[in-house]
Ligand binder design. Structure first.
Ligand code: ADP
Length: 270
């Protein structure tokens, strides 16, 4: 593994990262990976950029990152059938791989904020949290409308200076601001791809990432609010079910499932 820079990173073994495309600047790494998938690129392609001019979160919300500060990357998967089942599991194992890689490389313990963010819980009793990374999974369809690939994009705030964080989002955090030292993006990328490699192989052999995901779910057993287009719903974050839906215990004792949609989870109190 080279420690110099992302531009000459290369993996020589395994499925992920042997086909590696680095861009100094790109619109969005997901767009590059989606176009590559449409032109027949093989599973395992990794696209990385030092700057995105049109980085995005869900529903075209912006993903911002100072140049060279972050790990902005997309991975191309070609999951087997049933596609929807495996696509959901792949997104989960990307989150779990990121938790593991962040812990190994920086020592920071992180949690997964359903459905797609990596967060750090601040040590004070305020229930505070910082968003360290976001994930965006997009299904690539054939001309006939069939799913042919899954692109998972990740934006990880690695070496974003504390002073630059508020401009990204009110609760943005970075690995360097938590550790007080610079974190190698190449080391993080290489460790992450190693995790993906083994967890994806396990998935294809029948392993289920749901139990591990549940254990890493932020605010499990604690009050949360789910925010959607038609308002907010309070409850206790009780579980992630077999479909990856969030199960909320409502104040009246009933449970309600939330499938991934335009929903945001936040800590709550009642
Ligand atoms: P959420 O899951 O929190 O609803 P998204 O997954 O849609 O949000 O991500 C986009 C949002 O993330 C933006 O609206 C912005 O508030 C926030 N954001 C953008 N860039 C960053 C960043 N580098 N770090 C943390 N948060 C960011």
């Amino acid at each position: 593994m080279n420690q110099q820079g992302l531009e000459i990173y290369q993996r020589t073994a395994g499925r992920f990262g042997r086909e590696f495309r680095y861009f100094r600047e790109v619109g969005s790494t997901n767009d590059v990976a989606i176009a590559a998938a449409r032109s027949g690129a093989a599973e395992g392609l990794v696209v990385v950029a030092d700057r995105q001019s049109a980085g995005r979160g869900r529903l075209q919300r912006r993903w911002e990152a100072p140049v060279g500060s972050s790990l902005l990357m997309s991975l191309l998967f070609r999951p087997p059938e049933p596609f929807v089942f495996f696509a959901g599991r792949v997104t989960m194992l990307c989150g779990l791989s990121l938790v593991a890689a962040v812990s190994e490389v920086s020592g920071v313990a992180t949690w997964l904020k359903w459905p797609n963010d990596l967060i750090y819980e601040t040590a004070d009793a305020s229930g505070g949290w910082l968003k360290l990374a976001g994930m965006l999974s997009e299904v690539v369809l054939s001309d006939a409308g069939q799913p042919v690939a899954l692109v998972v994009g990740l934006g990880v705030n690695v070496n974003v200076a504390a002073g630059d964080l508020p401009a990204l989002a009110p609760n943005a955090g970075s690995l360097s601001s938590l550790t007080g030292t610079e974190v190698s993006r190449v080391h993080l990328l290489d460790t992450f791809l190693g995790e993906i490699e083994s967890r994806y192989a396990d998935l294809l052999c029948g392993a289920d990432p749901v139990p591990a995901w549940r254990e890493r779910l932020a605010w499990l057993g604690r009050p949360v609010v789910v925010q959607g287009a038609d308002g907010i719903i309070q409850g206790i974050a009780e579980d992630i079910d077999v479909e990856g839906a969030l199960v909320l215990r409502l104040p009246d004792g009933e449970t309600r499932r939330f499938l991934v949609g335009d929903l945001s989870l936040r800590p709550g109190s009642y």
